[in-house]
Design a protein around this ligand. Structure first.
Ligand code: ADP
Length: 183
């Protein structure tokens, strides 16, 4: 059967768990021979979006570029998994409207939890004023109003969150039902 492409768009604060869940989902899908590609915000910024900063306009441009690439992949049958803070609602909504099989996944954890994880040491720098425009500290994050999935990473394990995404894909007919047997 030909694989159906889709865009799994993971949005949320820095340290919420987007990269971790994206990698986990990709790994599970690859095990089952699905073609996937992870577009990670941090990595994309060094290539596709090199030179863009963190103003609203630059952040929106970053999201549009990643969305454009994700759509190219998706329409060729690949499951594109984007892990991008993407703090502004409107540009996410635009992507939802202009692409097919766009699944918005809100990777959610309390700011205090993200900050205590401080995976990349960025919150400490933001609090010290060494990084300007830091989402959640000195820049806005607009929560999705009606996301397709909410992964609450301060309440569930990585494995549970990954399974939540896989189950959703299954219920949407985007992947086969194998996953239902797993939990
Ligand atoms: P982001 O990509 O959103 O900036 P990361 O994935 O880099 O976040 O970091 C998230 C951190 O939170 C990792 O250290 C990860 O192990 C931890 N974590 C704890 N629980 C979860 C969960 N349920 N889902 C994702 N990450 C989790």
């Amino acid at each position: 059967m030909k694989q159906r492409g889709s865009i799994l768009w993971l949005t949320g604060l820095s340290g919420a768990g987007k990269t971790t869940i994206a990698k986990g989902v990709a790994q599970e899908l690859q095990k089952r021979n699905y073609l996937t590609e992870v577009l990670d915000g941090d990595i994309v910024r060094t290539y596709l979006s090199q030179g863009l900063g963190f103003s609203k306009q630059d952040r929106d441009t970053n999201v549009q570029r990643i969305g454009f690439v994700a759509n190219l992949l998706s329409r060729n049958g690949i499951i594109a998994i984007a892990a991008v803070i993407s703090p502004y609602r409107q540009v996410r909504e635009e992507l939802k409207q202009t692409t097919t099989n766009f699944i918005e996944i809100y990777v959610q954890a309390a700011l205090a939890v993200c900050e205590s994880r401080d995976v990349k040491g960025l919150y400490a720098k933001a609090r010290a004023g060494q990084i300007k425009h830091f989402t959640g500290i000195s820049d806005p994050y607009e929560e999705p109003i009606n996301p397709d999935i909410i992964c609450q990473t301060d309440q569930f394990t990585v494995e549970q969150c990954v399974n939540q995404v896989l189950h959703y894909l299954e219920t949407q007919g985007l992947i086969s039902t194998d996953f239902l047997d797993r939990s």
